[in-house]
Write a protein that binds this ligand. Structure first.
Ligand SMILES: NC(=O)c1ccc[n+]([C@@H]2O[C@H](COP(=O)([O-])OP(=O)(O)OC[C@H]3O[C@@H](n4cnc5c(N)ncnc54)[C@H](O)[C@@H]3O)[C@@H](O)[C@H]2O)c1
Length: 352
């Protein structure tokens, strides 16, 4: 069976998914939806141009002819879709997910899955009640770095982690508004938070200092610097340091996760969309390993195959996991605003 795929939100990140889904012989992109049809058309033209000669002609032809809808509900009713990619800005979640669930269409939704935790929890429950696959766009979970990190750490005690993400304000109008993007940690450093949760342990407490230093020159409501202290369930401690002011060309030091464990320090350097280096330092010396696998391609293929074969276990970042990552990042935001430590379980509605 070929999986008939639709896209809702056809901007920057949809382009990245389209380049990968269109080279998957198990998928066919048959419908697009964007409230700005010109954005969908621009993305389509750019993808067709990029993939000319590299993807199968018949798959490119269906994509070239895919109707562009402006209303997701109508797209779900009129097109016969097996799966949908939701590549919406952070503020636009809710109705689209419920409509997909109502129509019985499994989805892969980009992170952050919402800006409101109760909403994300409701979507998660609705997916569960309907028995539908819900995947979230945390592509790092599909990278070969994950088994390598797990194997290298083995059962060593992890003492602490250091993570940082330095960049510049992305050129999206919605980004500078707190209630539209959620800010840098909710929208962007969520990748680091999710990976830390995945390979280290659940994060239980967040205590943050945030500031608005430089990006405010370009009217922006979001914190452009933050320093967070993290406490993990397993007793380890950590820091997460972010800024949106030093991404002058993304220097190599701009993103990293360091795990300091009994007898070794392991550093993951680089961007989740590009080749990454892992450095392992022990008493015996220093080793470097390069990983250039395309984790987004692996993620998108896993989702398509999970839908085709009815195998939800192929999805390594299920929706409910993304909800927990969202909770940590919202705790981060709350702590930055209040100057007080926040327990993630309080936000999730559990007793600590
Ligand atoms: N996984 C990653 O590495 C990664 C990287 C970049 C962005 N993202 C995430 O992807 C999401 C989208 O970001 P982007 O950079 O593509 O944004 P974008 O602004 O480039 O694209 C979003 C598109 O959605 C459309 N849209 C808005 N509301 C809609 C609605 N209700 N129905 C249909 N279409 C609607 C907009 O017109 C726009 O074309 C964000 O949540 C972002 O955090 C993920």
């Amino acid at each position: 069976m070929t999986v008939r795929v639709g896209f809702v939100g056809v901007g920057y990140i949809a382009k990245e998914h389209l380049k990968r889904v269109l080279t998957d012989p198990e998928a066919r992109v048959v419908a697009l939806c964007d409230t700005e049809p010109s954005a969908a058309e621009a993305t389509r033209a750019s993808v067709l141009d990029k993939l000319k000669g590299t993807a199968r002609d018949d798959l490119l032809a269906s994509f070239a002819q895919a109707p562009v809808h402006t209303n997701p509900v109508r797209m779900f009713q009129q097109e016969s879709l097996d799966a949908v990619f939701l590549c919406l800005p952070p503020f636009a979640h809710g109705d689209v997910e419920f409509a997909a669930i109502e129509a019985g269409i499994p989805f892969l939704v980009e992170k952050p899955v919402a800006l409101d935790l109760p909403l994300a929890q409701k979507i998660s429950s609705a997916l569960h009640a309907r028995g539908l696959i819900g995947a979230a766009g945390y592509q790092s979970r599909y990278s070969r770095i994950v088994p390598f990190v797990r194997e290298t750490l083995g059962d060593r005690t992890i003492a602490m982690t250091l993570a940082h993400r330095f960049t510049k304000l992305p050129p999206r109008e919605w980004y500078r508004h707190q209630n539209r993007s959620g800010g840098q940690v909710v929208e962007m450093a969520t990748h680091q938070v999710d990976l830390l949760r995945h390979v280290v342990s659940e994060i239980s407490t967040v205590y943050v200092s945030g500031g608005r230093r430089i990006a405010t020159h370009d009217p922006s409501e979001i914190f452009d610097v933050s320093v967070a202290s993290l406490t993990y369930d397993n007793g380890a401690v950590g820091s997460l340091v972010t800024n949106m002011v030093s991404g002058h060309g993304n220097p190599a030091y701009a993103r990293g996760i360091h795990v300091i464990a009994d007898g070794l320090t392991l550093s993951v350097l680089g961007h989740e969309g590009e080749s990454r280096t892992i450095e392992v330092v022990t008493a015996e010396g220093r080793q470097e390993h390069t990983f250039d696998d395309d984790s987004m391609a692996a993620q998108d293929r896993a989702f398509v195959r999970a839908v085709r074969d009815g195998r939800p276990e192929l999805v390594l970042a299920p929706y409910e996991e993304a909800v927990r990552t969202l909770a940590v990042t919202l705790a981060h935001q709350q702590s930055a605003e209040t100057g007080r430590p926040v327990q993630v379980s309080t936000l999730l509605g559990h007793t600590a």
